[in-house]
Design a protein around this ligand. Structure first.
Ligand SMILES: Cc1ncc(COP(=O)(O)O)c(C=O)c1O
Length: 382
């Protein structure tokens, strides 16, 4: 289907352009979603069951991993991945200064000590600073890289630094499904990775969902146990402190449908991003997402940086275009992390001051895309 020709959008030059439009997703696949939902309900097994098993197979395929364990959110998936890797109170966990708060929250929930390290031009953990932080850290240490905005992580560099210091890698791939750098796909890095299917993500759940992926049989077995109260079966003894983390079968069934349309939707995102990149190039005071060769960006977010960011946000608002800021508060300025160790967060702070995220989802029409481009160009005097 041509992404310029979606169902139900308005071509009016004044109607608001919303940041997300899940109702257009539903309208496009309504029959398939209804059918999947009904099949899950008719099976009588409303938690877990066949749809979850199918979703887990789809997720292992998309991430080239041996195991996937679906759960109730990306936040829970990251916590589960960390705990299944035996990361707990006596551990240090290095996280990037720019990410969604859930990365930090999941680490804090394990009882481990977060160490916050600045980001690079791609808003990924800065490799040199990561090396310095690892060299200065004593005791068991893990690193949680985040492929922020859907830009592929430089796995070779990360792996060599972490291996040199004996650090475990658990990837927060909440934003990375479908991204790639060289041969490493989003969700394929490190000992285990966590994915999110929150409504904002490239494969969105009409609710919340996530998954742990790993190649390690023991980590997978522990994640499954923890997901179900630490019990292998109804009458088995409890060996691990667990949670009620099984995914609803209706959510899994809907996600299986969305997964099926993942690639055509990725192509629409790509086409819109290519249009933004070509039409917004060279504007004074505006920086576009940095691009690298041999990288597939999944365009979960299209983040531009402007010297006059707050005025740009207001200009877009006046033109009826909803934008967002990812992220307005770097982790080093979050009160919940006060008392943690920070390693120069200047670049993360600069991202927070300059970032403006444009709407980019597969259901934008060509006229909407043109309006967004026109508004940004007009602001920059083009
Ligand atoms: C980087 C990152 N980590 C973790 C999460 C948490 O995922 P969820 O919202 O599914 O709990 C998100 C969600 O936005 C995220 O962007």
């Amino acid at each position: 289907m041509d992404w310029t020709n979606c169902l139900h959008p308005s071509d009016s030059t004044t109607d608001p352009i919303r940041f997300l439009a899940l109702e257009r997703d539903f309208a496009e696949l309504a029959e398939q979603y209804r059918h999947a939902h009904e099949a899950a309900m008719r099976s009588g097994q409303v938690v877990g069951g066949a749809p979850v098993a199918v979703l887990e197979r789809l997720v292992t395929g998309a991430t080239a991993r041996r195991h996937a364990i679906a759960t109730t959110s990306g936040t829970e998936a990251l916590r589960l991945a960390l705990v299944a890797c035996a990361i707990g109170p006596d551990w240090n966990v290095i996280i990037p200064a720019l990410t969604y708060i859930a990365t930090a929250g999941s680490v804090l929930a394990t009882g481990a000590r977060p160490i916050v390290v600045d980001v690079d031009e791609h808003a990924h953990l800065d490799a040199d600073m990561l090396g310095d932080a690892l060299a200065a850290t004593r005791g068991p240490t893990a690193v949680v890289p985040v492929g922020l905005f859907g830009d592929g992580l430089d796995d070779e560099r990360l792996r060599s630094i972490c291996d040199a210091h004996g650090a475990l890698v658990v990837e927060d791939a909440a934003q990375s499904l479908g991204s790639r750098h060289r041969n490493c796909v989003g969700g394929g890095l490190g000992h285990a990775s966590s994915l999110s299917f929150a409504p904002t993500k490239t494969v969105p759940c009409f609710g919340n969902a996530g998954a742990v992926v790993t190649d390690d049989d023991d980590v997978a077995a522990r994640a499954r146990l923890i997901r179900s109260h630490g019990k292998a079966g109804n009458r088995s003894k409890t060996t691990l402190l667990g949670v009620n983390g099984a995914l609803a079968s209706s959510h899994a069934a809907q996600l299986c449908v969305s997964f099926h349309h993942r690639e055509e939707r990725a192509r629409r995102r790509d086409a819109i991003a290519a249009h933004y990149l070509s039409r917004l190039e060279g504007l004074d005071g505006l920086r576009l997402p940095p691009m690298r060769s041999r990288t597939i960006h999944n365009w979960h977010k299209f983040v531009i940086r402007s010297d006059r960011r707050d005025a740009l946000l207001e200009h877009m608002r006046v033109h009826g275009i909803e934008t967002q800021v990812h992220y307005p508060i770097p982790l080093c300025d979050e009160p919940i992390l006060a008392g943690c160790e920070f390693r120069s967060c200047d670049r993360a702070r600069a991202w927070s001051r300059h970032a403006c995220t444009l709407p980019l989802h597969p259901f934008l029409t060509q006229p909407e895309v043109e309006r967004i481009v026109r508004a940004v160009r007009e602001f920059h005097g083009a």
